[in-house]
Design a binder for this molecule. Structure first.
Ligand code: ATP
Ligand code: PRP
Length: 214
């Protein structure tokens, strides 16, 4: 049996993927939330998991350090998705990429009047494309997290961030004014591995698609 490495991040991706992996007959022998190990063995001798930052998953798969990965569409769009086979939307870690502003800020009028907006975000590519499509002039400010703070301290007029329940926006007196796109996580596969390890990868892919259907 060929060895297979699956890259994923701990937290919500691992939590949402674990049931799908289980349905595919794969169970981690350690809990990534409790263990400091970055390589986790599974009940299948030829399958191991590697625990990486969510935004690093496509890089591990692109270079073949992992054969398979699980990554959010947000992460894949920023990475560019080059050389990655993306056969399956797992429908997990669902949220929406949104534009948000301080409550009461008249975003529509600002856009209509052609104001140049300062937008803070971790998602530069997605934000750039969105505002370019709308013909809105923006100065993008790259942040690595806690985007919600930026408009509160005068760093930006608006943010582009992921929204699920809306609780984080609400707690910071912000409101969503535009949906950019729905987000969920996908299975990604290294293209060379798909060819060279087809006999091992295909059944895993099939089991994942059946688990998603179920
Ligand atoms: P990194 O650790 O690389 O900075 P991150 O902090 O965004 O990334 P997670 O918070 O674990 O990593 O999120 C992983 C993925 O889950 C994201 O890429 C996104 O697709 C999805 N996600 C993020 N926030 C939410 C949310 N509030 N609800 C549902 N899914 C979300
Ligand atoms: C994500 C996102 C928002 C929040 C939205 O952050 O960046 O801040 O979730 O979720 P909500 O609409 O349900 O409040 P996350 O919880 O992943 O924290 P992070 O910034 O550390 O990644």
């Amino acid at each position: 049996m060929t060895d297979i490495t699956i890259a994923l991040s701990k937290g919500r991706i691992f939590d949402d993927t674990a049931p799908l992996l289980k349905m595919a007959g794969i169970e981690a022998l350690d809990d990534p939330e409790k263990s400091r190990k970055l390589i986790l063995a599974t009940n299948r001798a030829n399958v191991r998991l590697v625990i990486v930052r969510a935004s690093d998953v496509p890089t591990y798969v692109q270079y073949g350090a992992a054969d398979i990965g699980i990554a959010g569409k947000d992460v894949l769009l920023e990475h560019g998705g080059t050389e990655l086979y993306q056969p399956l939307d797992l429908n997990i870690a669902r949220c929406r990429m949104m534009v948000a502003v301080p409550t009461g800020f008249d975003y529509e009028s600002a856009v209509f009047q052609g104001a140049r907006l300062r937008v803070a975000t971790k998602y530069l590519q997605t934000a750039r494309e969105h505002f370019a499509d709308k013909g809105v002039h923006v100065d993008l400010i790259k942040l690595y997290g806690s985007m919600e703070l930026a408009p509160l301290v005068g760093l930006a007029d608006a943010i582009v961030d992921l929204v699920s329940t809306g609780n984080t926006l609400k707690a910071n007196n912000l409101e969503a004014v535009e949906e950019i796109m729905p987000i969920s996580s996908r299975l990604i596969i290294n293209q060379a591995a798909l060819k060279l390890k087809r006999e091992t990868i295909q059944p895993i892919l099939k089991a994942f698609s059946e688990a998603v259907e179920a």
